[in-house]
Design a protein around this ligand. Structure first.
Ligand SMILES: [Zn+2]
Length: 275
């Protein structure tokens, strides 16, 4: 599933290429994951100008000139592909946005968990991003060591990995980056949040910031269907230390990497150096 670095990579690409363009028309091939009828969805977006592309957590926000925002969640396998006007949709293409600059933006999704919804921009905080479910952005000034420490204490009975996945303390970290940050911080994923020592929290805090920044720089991680808007793979997969490396030796201590289930999710860790 695309996590923060992957969605941010897409956001940056779209920002360069579609801001200022108009949506001439929209073709709806699958209406099961939009929040209007196909007809209303098409009418709503026709001739709207794209004024900016932003992101909150793992959701992409395409802001329109009329005070509305397209909220896009790629979930497991969603892709946004920016293609020339001659490119034809395939059977997994749900939506095609025909843009004024001779581009088409395809929303494709093999597994159909992703969605594209229209909301009033002014109502996003209230209707989509409830503060109880969305923690702070890891690259914002609000994400401080104090914030992380306090949040871990508030959820002291939760194991650290599921707590990271919950998005309550910090958003954008999913299954890949939670495994990677805990390895870097040398913390066993099943440790209780309330039992982490100050130096461990400090290492975790730095690991989250450093790993997400590096992955954005490399265009994210492609281990599944994730592709950027040009269809290219992200470059971070070669830097993965535990995710997808079950049975291979740890790059830090040579112990074989183990995979367990924790909170219902496959979790990779090194029993040799994550305590
Ligand atoms: Zn190790």
């Amino acid at each position: 599933m695309p996590e923060l670095p992957e969605v941010e990579t897409i956001r940056r690409q779209l920002e360069k290429q579609i801001v200022g363009q108009r949506i001439n028309s929209v073709d709806v091939f699958f209406s099961g994951r939009i929040n209007f009828s196909a007809k209303k969805f098409r009418e709503h977006l026709r001739d709207k100008k794209i004024i900016s592309v932003s992101r909150r957590a793992k959701l992409l926000l395409i802001n329109l000139s009329d005070g509305f925002t397209l909220v896009i969640h790629l979930k497991m396998s969603g892709q946004l592909l920016l293609v020339g006007s001659d490119r034809l949709p395939d059977k997994h293409t749900h939506l095609v946005f025909n843009l004024s600059g001779d581009y088409r933006l395809f929303f494709t999704d093999v597994r159909k968990f992703g969605f594209v919804r229209i909301f009033k921009t002014s109502e996003l905080e209230q209707k989509v991003f409830h503060p109880a479910q969305f923690g702070v952005e890891p690259q914002s000034a609000d994400f401080t060591l104090n914030h992380l420490t306090d949040c871990l204490l508030r959820h002291s009975r939760s194991a650290i990995k599921p707590l990271l996945l919950s998005q309550k303390c910090v958003v954008g970290v999913g299954n890949i980056y939670s495994d990677e940050t805990l390895w870097r911080a040398r913390i066993r994923p099943s440790r209780l949040a309330g039992q982490l020592k100050p130096d461990e929290i400090k290492r975790l805090y730095s690991a989250i910031k450093q790993i997400l920044t590096k992955s954005i720089e490399l265009g994210g991680t492609s281990v599944d269907q994730y592709r950027d808007t040009t269809g290219a793979r992200g470059g971070y997969a070669r830097l993965l230390k535990v995710y997808g490396r079950t049975g291979l030796s740890c790059r830090r201590c040579q112990h074989p990497i183990k995979k367990i289930r924790l909170g219902g999710r496959g979790t990779h860790w090194c029993p040799g150096c994550q305590r």
